[in-house]
Design a protein around this ligand. Structure first.
Ligand code: AMP
Length: 222
């Protein structure tokens, strides 16, 4: 049976994780998240994990060549489909991925790239209103407020703003995101395999739009 490969992109704060989780539940496909794979290696304290941790702690990208075998190992697993999250993140990784597809996918497998589109203005607004707790709970001052102002509902600790959600850092993250992804989007657009979904809608509406597009592109059965 043909496999489905969906490569998901979206700026920070686009709701990409939420949409990926909804899709995983619906399809039973497997996720390939390089961030998660690297964190797991880092916890294991493998040679690769130790190398990667330094870059991750500094907020830098991990070297492309360190990622290839991690991704291949996942891609070789048995699955009806895969959702790529956080990979490829630059032009070199796109080239690596296309080589992997040549080697490990069949001609009949269906590959599609998905962009959850959110404007810089909206991203800045969303992230600047995000508040987190040391226990891991995440709030939003508009969409998911804590019951008492600035206090976690679960553990009652004081909420704070993540360092990388501060305005200057958000602007920097967005600049890098746009610059690194441009050639990647251009590639998928030029071969007619980029679908763009308006990410400035409710979670439910985005999910529905997404399903319609996946069916239209015959990557998901009707
Ligand atoms: P994420 O969970 O996707 O935000 O990734 C967390 C961190 O892992 C990033 O800040 C990078 O340091 C590293 N990372 C994840 N995916 C990649 C990738 N495709 N290329 C390089 N570094 C990555």
């Amino acid at each position: 049976m043909a496999k489905a490969i969906l490569i998901v992109f979206g700026p920070p704060g686009s709701g990409k994780d939420t949409q990926i989780n909804l899709l995983l539940q619906k399809t039973g496909w497997k996720k390939i998240s390089t961030g998660e794979l690297l964190r797991a290696e880092s916890v294991l304290k493998s040679k690769l994990g130790k190398q990667a941790k330094k870059c991750m702690d500094a907020g830098d990208l991990v070297l492309n060549k360190l990622l290839i075998n991690l991704v291949i190992k996942k891609l070789k697993q048995k699955a009806k489909g895969f959702i790529f999250d956080g990979y490829p993140r630059n032009h070199g990784q796109l080239k690596d991925l296309l080589n992997m597809f040549k080697k490990y996918l069949k001609k009949s497998d269906k590959v599609l790239a998905l962009l959850i589109d959110v404007s810089d203005k909206e991203v800045k607004q969303r992230l600047s209103q995000r508040r987190v707790c040391a226990c891991g709970e995440v709030y939003h001052l508009k969409y998911n407020q804590p019951t008492s102002k600035n206090v976690c509902n679960i553990c009652r600790k004081k909420l704070f703003i993540r360092d990388d959600d501060k305005p200057k850092i958000i602007a920097h993250r967005l600049k890098i995101y746009r610059k690194n992804n441009k050639p990647i989007f251009d590639y998928w657009r030029n071969i007619g395999k980029l679908i763009k979904i308006n990410g400035e809608q409710s979670i439910d509406k985005i999910h529905k739009d997404l399903i319609i597009e996946l069916r239209k592109n015959e990557i998901l059965e009707k």
